[in-house]
Design a protein. Sequence first.
Length: 445
Amino acid sequence: MKADKKQKVLNNIQHFEANELYTYIKSGDIAYDEMKATGKLNHIKQEEIEALLDADKKSQLVEENFWIECKNKRTIKDCNLFIASYPNSFYKSQALALKQQIEDDIKQQKDIEIENLKDLNATISIDYLKSLIDEGVLTKQDLYDYGIITPKALELFLDPPNLLTSYKENWKDLPKLPVGYTDAYMFGVAGSGKTMVLSGLMASAHKQGILDMNIDNNAGVHFSNQMLSSIKMGYVLPSTPTNALNYIAANIHKETPKKRKYPVSFIDMSGEHFSKTYEDGQMSDDISAKEYLTNNNRKLILFFIDYAQAISETKRVENADQGQQLQFALDYFDKDSTLAKTDAIHFIITKSDLMPEGEDPENHAIQFLDEHYKNLINTAKRYCQKHNINAPINNKLYVTPFTLGKFMLQNTFIHNPKPSQKLLNRVLGSVSPVRKGNWWEFKSK
């Protein structure tokens, strides 16, 4: 304001309204003390101006507190709210600078988090992912666009289904295995993926309409049903509880090339239980509690090896244990004559989706076993020749890479039925079938 205009206002100050004078004070053109010095402001007008100034001070305090809170919270949402609430604020430039800094930090953190989420071995909690979304580091659309997870799988991850599995803690609590079935024993350390593989096998047989469950073991029936639900949802069943035991008995029917059914009991024990029997040196005694290994049924031995554990530098001790424990099982079963009743030994390399892209999974699995478990493999070959095991393939080893499909966050996956179908055919090919006739059935080797 020019000096002459300022003087004119002061000379005629009694003719101005309180809010007009407040505007001059607010803009810094005329000080309130200068106005009072004219002696022309009446008492009422002074009170009105002072009320406006007091309200302004309170408003400034609210604004300053808001700005302090905005700086402490450091979120884009709060910066935008402050700028919108106080477009002419003294702190506006600082708020814009803070917003830009937060955006740069978030972009850098976003790149880090995306790489972390792409790591299938990383442990990501539900609360942690929710915090990333709530804080604006990632959006749900980011997760979809970067191929981290699908919308359906994200719903499952954030709100996991209640999939409770049925197990027993002692062999004596389970019914005896059905007579005349082939008993398929599943051995592997904790986390080796036995339940995932069995889920894939059950789902493959069920989808083809060839699964005929034996209902004598109620826990096994419930176990199978949960597996089917798991595959349908695309969500892995919870890890087998420590010391958990169960089996699933079923007739699997094949119409080609001849009408036959394959009676199989899949016996599953937790990896911890398997490791304990190894440590105690009582593998045979433990599993024979209900005359399982000592019965006259033919046997299949399914050895599970966790590919992820073997290639992880942080799992070298556990990696060695896989081979040692499986070799112990082989030697023990040779000693107690279990292998004399064994038709086939299968090596199933789980989590094959982590194998190098572009390589044939089966060839890579064979090379992987030769590199990491050469002694175990050579021992298995010798026993196959000694007991005429794997006779259809000239006593060589069945080696099958396996994955349920494309895994995303933690337990979510997109099911690929092909590996399950291939493994099911291979397993059935090593089982003694029953040929089905119109009026009778007979056991056929």
